[in-house]
Design a protein around this ligand. Sequence first.
Ligand SMILES: C[S@@+](CC[C@H](N)C(=O)[O-])C[C@H]1O[C@@H](n2cnc3c(N)ncnc32)[C@H](O)[C@@H]1O
Length: 307
Amino acid sequence: MTLAAAMTPPPKRSRSVALPVAPAPLKVISGGLQSAACAPPSHAIHVQDYMAFLGTLPDKSVDLIITDPPYSGMNRKLNFGGGRIVGKYASAGAAGGKWYADLPDDPDLYRVFFEECHRVLRKNRHIYVMFDNESLLTLGPVFREVFALKSIIVWDKGHMGLGENYRRQHEIILFAKTQKGTRRLTSKALADVIYEKRIYNAAYPTQKPVALFDRFVRASVSSGFTVCDPFAGSGSTSIAALQAGCSFVGADISPRAVAIANWRSKHFLKTCQDPLEGPGRLRGVAKAIRTSLTWLPGSEEPSVHGQ
Ligand SMILES: C[S@@+](CC[C@H](N)C(=O)[O-])C[C@H]1O[C@@H](n2cnc3c(N)ncnc32)[C@H](O)[C@@H]1O
């Protein structure tokens, strides 16, 4: 693959966020990644700190938040390298590092974050926040102060991870409504344990399967909704929103993540295929992104790819 041809400078930081106008009507899709022609909703993903980004959003301006924060949780507990953080974690947050910066599991920090989420959500809306066990114990009570917690969902990833004791095979998703919200899920037949295989050899660290977020989007949106994720990473929430006919606004502090997420979303809107997952993935691209510290997908497709 000619990576140089696909290199573009990272996107500039934006000061304010233009909310998408006139989102396309919701297309009901039976499940999995969409492959038929789809309506063109919009996406806007910015290189910004999560609080700065949320600060640009007007009160009651988004309809659903699905987010996967960089909680420190178990990462801080696990003894990578006998107590030292080693390997790809060692470069966390550094320019060119292979791992993103995390946020400390500080209840005060997260209280302010959740309050901002509540402010930007329209009345009577839903939010989904991912945690691991450690973060849940520290931050769950704070989440419940701000939102009306309805379910603690377990995502079974199919295989246990590294470590000892009872090795982790799941992550937690808190599902809540805005205070006094009465909005129902679109189905009553939704269990609080979800099996969805994690992604191996993903383009981006902790890239989540679109199919996981797809369930949440479909359970919580109506026609014309805007989905928001202030920790957008590789844009899996954006793809889930777009394929349900919703618009998406999001941010990530990492220019690299935002370049991937915007390129991925743009590709999806053009082709109705996710270039990083599922039947429409572009062969070799996830590896190229994962293994190159310099390649940022630009507006152009990578020069060599196969279907
Ligand atoms: C767990 S990852 C999200 C992965 C994403 N759900 C996906 O499927 O690709 C958390 C993200 O938060 C971002 N992040 C870390 N600190 C941030 C901050 N202060 N503001 C915004 N984003 C931040 C990281 O760059 C990382 O991409």
